[in-house]
Ligand binder design. Structure first.
Ligand SMILES: *Cc1c(COP(=O)(O)O)cnc(C)c1O
Length: 396
């Protein structure tokens, strides 16, 4: 099947990324020739086991972790659930969780459904964010109590790219013997960090957000942090996550982490330059447009921009005609267009939240693509506004 990926301008990398060609090459032998079970006693399987060991080392190196602190999972969502449920089971008497109002559904919906999932009543503090999407650390400090079992705060927001000071927050939790989990799915490979220098207990990674395939993830569990498995079964992952290893994807993730380490610099220079050019150009050229999220405390690849008085979904349809791929900040839920919970938490006005578009770039984007988008967007927005009953051009 040909999806025409060579013809699209792909600026939706926070939704998923292209599998890097080097990563495809690295995983291929494990889909064909090297099909042994890494748990088998024969050499044929043992080779495969060694490939997993190498992948684990590459991932540990990117995160600043030890290989034995890396547990392979099926996705970022599984890693999030595993960490939070483990924390709650470790301290069954403590029924309080601290999280934020802007988490990914993987954490948000788990927290929303905890009582029915665990059979216990939990108290959940969902930290409010400022208009620019940042957190107030005083509010966080006050939320931590004797009863708090675990904190779960994302490192970087998938919709706005806003970065939270999780290292500082983890240190504050540690002082009170509270476990700290961070969903770092969007942060890994985009901002540098070293887990050895932090007090983070659990950290979630997803393969398909950093140029590895979908369906593989990692949960980092700090050495010494109590851990209760989510999936029980065989002795894989030292009994911490049962199930025969997804070898090809694990090898792929190892290669992708190596690449991410090598390209971190490019991500923060060239990709950031492209993002800044796109963002500044759009804001300058298009009236009544605004940035959602802090100007600098933000991932280098993400720009979430609102175009007032137009529908995000309509903008995307028109962008699609030029094969430009991005995301809108409204999710089509049960037929009604609800602005995202993230933009609502930031208090983005209704008319702006509805017309928000998230551009998320990667190392595969070019300046030519950015120029093309800058050339097409002003007319797309102007044409849609012509048709909008809320837009009166004499007012603007
Ligand atoms: C994509 C994403 C996830 C979910 O990862 P999957 O591997 O798709 O389950 C979790 N958190 C954030 C911030 C994400 O962007």
């Amino acid at each position: 099947m040909d999806c025409g990926s060579d013809k699209v301008i792909y600026m939706d990398n926070n939704a998923t990324t292209r599998v890097a060609p080097e990563v495809v090459d690295a995983m291929m032998p494990f889909l064909t020739d090297c099909y042994g079970n890494p748990s088998s006693m024969h050499i044929f399987g043992g080779q495969v086991g060694r490939a997993i060991t190498e992948a684990r080392e590459s991932i540990a190196e990117l995160l600043g972790a030890e290989p034995e602190e890396i547990i392979f999972t099926s996705c970022g969502t599984e890693s999030d659930s595993t960490a939070i449920l483990s924390g709650l089971q470790t301290f069954p008497e403590q029924r309080h969780i601290v999280t934020t109002r802007v988490e990914h559904p993987a954490v948000k919906n788990l927290c929303d459904n905890l009582d029915s999932l665990t059979g216990h009543k939990h108290r959940i503090t969902r930290l409010q964010v400022e208009a620019d999407g940042t957190l107030d650390l005083d509010q966080y400090r006050e939320s931590l109590t004797e009863d708090t079992a675990i904190v779960s705060v994302m490192w970087a927001n998938n919709e706005t790219g806003v970065i939270f000071p999780v290292e500082e927050m983890a240190a504050m939790a540690r002082e009170r013997d509270i476990l700290f989990h961070t969903d770092a799915v969007q942060a890994v490979g985009k901002i540098p960090f070293n887990l050895k220098e932090t007090a983070i207990d659990f950290l979630s990674v997803s393969g398909h957000k950093l140029h590895a395939p979908k369906g593989v993830g990692v949960l980092y569990v700090r050495k010494g942090t109590p851990f209760i498995p989510f999936i029980n079964g065989g002795h894989q992952e030292h009994g911490r996550r049962g199930g025969t290893e997804n070898v090809a994807s694990i090898v792929a993730l190892g290669r992708a982490c190596k690449l991410a380490g090598e390209k971190l610099e490019e991500e923060n220079t060239r990709v950031k330059y492209l993002r800044d050019k796109l963002e500044t150009g759009l804001l300058e050229q298009i009236p009544r447009s605004m940035l959602n999220g802090h100007k600098t405390e933000r991932l280098p690849n993400t720009a979430n921009i609102s175009f007032e008085f137009v529908e995000g979904e309509s903008i995307l349809l028109h962008m699609d005609r030029y094969r430009i791929c991005a995301s809108s900040g409204s999710a089509c839920t049960s037929g009604s267009l609800e602005p995202s919970h993230v933009l609502r938490a930031m208090g983005v006005p209704f008319t702006a939240a509805h017309g928000s578009i998230r551009f998320s770039l990667s190392v595969y984007n070019t300046e030519k693509e950015v120029d093309f988008v800058l050339e097409k967007m002003p007319a797309i927005i102007a044409n849609l506004r012509e048709m909008s009953p809320f837009w009166n051009k004499d007012d603007h």
